[in-house]
Design a protein around this ligand. Sequence first.
Ligand code: GRF
Length: 200
Amino acid sequence: MRLGILASHGGSNMQAIIDATKSGVLPAQVVVVIGNNAGSMAATRARNEGIPFHHLSGRTHPQFEDLDEQICRVLVDSRVDVVVLAGYMKKVGPRTIDRFSRRMINIHPALLPRYGGVGMYGIRVHQAVIDAGDDVTGVTVHLVDAEYDRGPIIAQCRVRVLGSDDVESLAARVLTAEHDFYVETLCRIVSGELDLDTLR
Ligand code: GRF
């Protein structure tokens, strides 16, 4: 399976996926990385791994439609089977979503449908979990469609919230869980155990 990754910042999930392909745990190949931020850690990681990195953003393509078209073109030209969003902080355009319908996945650091949607990202998610007094949070991998964080859920795992947690410690524990869980979920997709076509 040929994977194309979209990542904006740290790229730690992306790195976990790349490492799993290199160790043979994940029988797939990351063939291209696209990011909206040329100076990001994700861009550096891609370059360090010798994976083609494309900086595509509002800077390179001021018209959103052109940007969408170019992102789609790079993914198609790279013969990507599944698009993996890994901390991609921008909206994916309708052309790309349509072309990769049921072939684009995202990871979210909470148990969707709770704590998702516009404005629910990064530390805000974990702060909301702590404010609500929840003792369990988690990770969701879902299909990407036109609405933020609303595509069909592929898989979820739970993460304990400890009484001693602050937003940083909770964010760190969830992020660590994400790394294993994204790889594990991709393995189940590659093996066919999870069928993206039949998810509802
Ligand atoms: C993760 O928490 C992911 O769930 C969210 O953005 C963060 C990305 O982290 N969508 P990284 O860039 O993979 O380190």
